[in-house]
Design a protein around this ligand. Sequence first.
Ligand SMILES: *Cc1c(COP(=O)(O)O)cnc(C)c1O
Length: 371
Amino acid sequence: MTTSVPFADLHAQYLTIKSEIDAAIAEVIRTSAFIRGPHVDRFEASFAELMGVKHCVSCANGTDSLYIAMHALGVQPGDEVIAPAHSWISTSETITQAGGKVVFCDTDANTYTIDPAQMEAQITARTVGIIPVHLYGQAADMDAIMTIAAKHKLWVIEDCAQAHLAQYKGRTVGTFGNAASFSFYPGKNLGAMGDAGAVLTNDAALADRMAMFARHGGLVKGDHRIEGINSRLDGLQAAILSVKLPYLKKWTQRRQDIASEYSSLLKDTPGLTLPATAKDAEPVFHLYVVQHEARDALATHLKELQIQTVINYPVALPFLPAYAYLGHQSTDFPNAYRHQSRILSLPIYPEMSSAQLSVVTTAISAFCSGR
Ligand SMILES: *Cc1c(COP(=O)(O)O)cnc(C)c1O
């Protein structure tokens, strides 16, 4: 019998905490606390506390959290914001939404995070901010980024959508920049059962402006200080997230254990590039991404063995049709360009068994050694 290996298994996680989740959902329904209310307040407080940040402004999804932060930081038409060439499109599309201009910077050849060494070349008199992404769960080089930001008086929004509890020099990501954006999309390391997001900040005035903008421009019903948007975390999602939050450390540890098991079993595999851990980073492995010259053939081989893989992401941002207007060429971002045809994300989730893991590594070894 073959063991099939899904890329992720949200239902398996639900089953481990089913009674708590079911009770939390029933409680929200019983009290009709669907929008704002005690569940949202409680989650905001406990997430801020876990992260060691003063303010948590919840919102409808991770994409909105980036937009809300940029709007509250006062992005103006023509303002340039630097984003990595390799990320999910939320990172860059929200710059445009906020009225700014997207300026891409290449990512590091080994770690996939924005390369600070290439950043200064992108900075102009119009640059206002930087959005480093802790991609795949690994911290970007925050010391170098914060130094550049301070030198040029730029704000920094950390995109932590894939990096809940990831560390950089022993400090949790999301605590370095002016604000930190989080997604609780179901498949993220901390996932709701629908869309959900939040922004963290230690700046009380910024937190107020973000909360106000997310809630139709007013914190008190009827008192609209500005025009805003409707981007709220709902009570059901907040209650579900509050059930899951106490498990996050354990689930993160399990992801890290699976990643080290992968790395030790695959370390001598010919032609396979394993994830590189940056010197100062302790990644949380939202994704475990390998590289291979014959990536598509490898993915097909795994699929035939009922092992599900994903490409995150098949086309780097500057080369997407959405950014054709910027007129970039592959040589503008050689690392991101090279990665897009080589990267493959292997199954990883806390409930994955060692038996499933060895099915994956055996199949990869066979492919790579031509058996
Ligand atoms: C998931 C993700 C987002 C956006 O989150 P949503 O909740 O899906 O809107 C932003 N940035 C990155 C890097 C992501 O992976």
